[in-house]
Design a protein around this ligand. Sequence first.
Ligand SMILES: C[S@@+](CC[C@H](N)C(=O)[O-])C[C@H]1O[C@@H](n2cnc3c(N)ncnc32)[C@H](O)[C@@H]1O
Length: 245
Amino acid sequence: MPTDNAAAWDRHAAAYQAGAQLSTDVAHYGPDIPDESELRLLGDLKGKRVLELGCGGAQCSIAFAKQGATAIGVDFSAEQLAFARRLVEREEVRVELRQGDLADLAFLRADSIDVAFSTYAFGFVEDLNRVFRQVHRVLKVGAPLVFSLPHPAYDMIDDDSEQPLLVRRSYFDRSPIDYEWGGVPFTDYHHTFSDIFTGLFRASYRIDAVLEPEPRAGGPRSRDWRETFRYVPRTLIVRARKEGN
Ligand SMILES: C[S@@+](CC[C@H](N)C(=O)[O-])C[C@H]1O[C@@H](n2cnc3c(N)ncnc32)[C@H](O)[C@@H]1O
């Protein structure tokens, strides 16, 4: 039985946020890779309506609001959103926070969003194509959906044993990945690159950027750092634009 990831996030939120050390000035894409200040995938956000999918503590939405965007964050975890509300208040910005599933964006009008963004939430979603369709409905024509998720090649790696590098799963195995994080059970879903490409194409997007960033050369490492990041890409980043309705 796959885990109830919303309940898992409620249980894990405090520990996740305590160790996360995420900037509220610039959007991040994943552990130990360059952030938006270097990757520049989102463009100028001043005056834009930006939707963050799986916003967690809303650090990225807060960064968008500081840049002059109207930021909207959606997440299904009440505990993650409770942390986000406190952080938004402390940072003295305005972010609209909504509790709900990423596949249910009925509260947003069609063609009303300038940029949709997501960091490391789509790996928890089984039916990603449904999310792509929902996001397509709310985006303006030509507007981007920019998202990062665990790189499908990294899903194959056993990163508990770094030497030697071990493959633990077939790339072609789409069954749910059950694991524990801080003692809390979670379920991830493996989305191969061709599944992502096909889902976006069928939902009428055009992919215009795909990034597999190498880890930063030096500097302090995140709490998630593994030596395996040097050999297999940890994060996949995609920018896709909405084609016509
Ligand atoms: C790894 S956290 C990332 C949070 C934030 N983007 C960040 O970078 O810190 C994943 C978030 O996605 C949310 N999430 C996962 N699946 C979701 C779904 N189907 N609907 C809504 N939120 C979801 C979780 O509650 C969690 O807050």
